[in-house]
Write a protein of this length. Structure first.
Length: 268
């Protein structure tokens, strides 16, 4: 009986030794799973982050084309040239011609820039210089009625207004579609007389007062300060020395084009 008990205790002791050994081996591995192994963390490679979005654009994500341009230019790249946007349309008009000295110079400037205009011509000058009238038309410009003698229509009776317009239309070879009253002098009665003839009154939005010869630079500055989309610009190709107007016209066209304006032709 005593021998059996001794053998049992031996077995129990062996089992205890085996269990102790197993637990001792498992504890470090369990601790590593819970708190992490710092050495293992340093050695593990970091996976590349890939954008899972299916609509990623060029230059993004793992499937971006190698030829696709980056979203922003690399450092040191020159900035793209700034191009002016389209600002609108400007309409050039000229009064008091044709003049044998200044009208050809105005026409030359317009032709160089490919710009067309409406010339509101005085009937007496039309009758005196028919070749200039023909050149204005041949180069694609239009002609409006500026009365026969540059008369102030608000000072005239209705019959006299009609006579001023009739004589000019006759010199032009037909009724002009547009009338510009000299000095901009109009009122409801004058407008009614013009409208009853099937013509329309055309005034202006921008007046640099080039007729007063204030200087080329001042003419240019005044136009640039007043201009806007759809503006009608008033200048002169007759009625006096127009050298400043010719010089300013070259700059006005260039500066307005640089600002993004285009030039239209009134329906006259």
């Amino acid at each position: 009986m005593g021998q059996r008990r001794s053998a049992a205790w031996v077995v129990v002791g062996l089992v205890a030794v085996v269990l102790t050994t197993m637990v001792a081996g498992l504890l470090p591995r369990l601790a590593s799973d819970v708190v992490g192994d710092p050495a293992a963390a340093k050695a593990a490679p970091v996976a590349a982050e890939v954008d899972p979005s299916p609509d990623r654009g060029p230059g993004r994500g793992a499937d971006a084309s190698p030829d696709a341009p980056p979203e922003t230019p690399p450092a040191g790249s020159p900035a793209p040239p700034e191009r002016p946007g389209k600002r609108g349309t400007v309409y050039l008009t000229f009064d008091d011609g044709p003049d044998p000295r200044w009208t050809p110079q105005v026409l030359d400037v317009l032709r160089r820039h490919g710009v067309h205009a409406v010339f509101f011509e005085v009937g007496q000058n039309v009758a005196a210089y028919p070749d200039l009238v023909a050149r204005v038309r041949a180069e694609g410009h239009l002609i409006g009625n500026h009365t026969w003698s540059h008369a102030k229509l608000t000072d005239l009776r209705s019959r006299a207004i009609r006579d001023q317009l009739d004589r000019t239309d006759a010199a032009l070879g037909g009724r002009a579609r547009c009338v510009r009253p000299p000095y901009g002098a109009t009122d409801p009665r004058v407008a009614d007389v013009i409208g009853a003839r099937g013509q329309r009154t055309v005034l202006w939005d921008v007046d640099p007062e080039d007729w007063a010869k204030p200087g080329t630079d001042r003419i240019v500055r005044r136009v640039l300060a007043q201009v806007h989309d759809g503006a009608l610009v008033l200048m002169h190709d007759g009625g006096g020395d127009r050298s400043q107007t010719v010089a300013a016209l070259e700059q006005v066209i260039t500066r307005l084009q640089e600002r993004g304006y285009g030039f239209g032709l009134l329906d006259c």
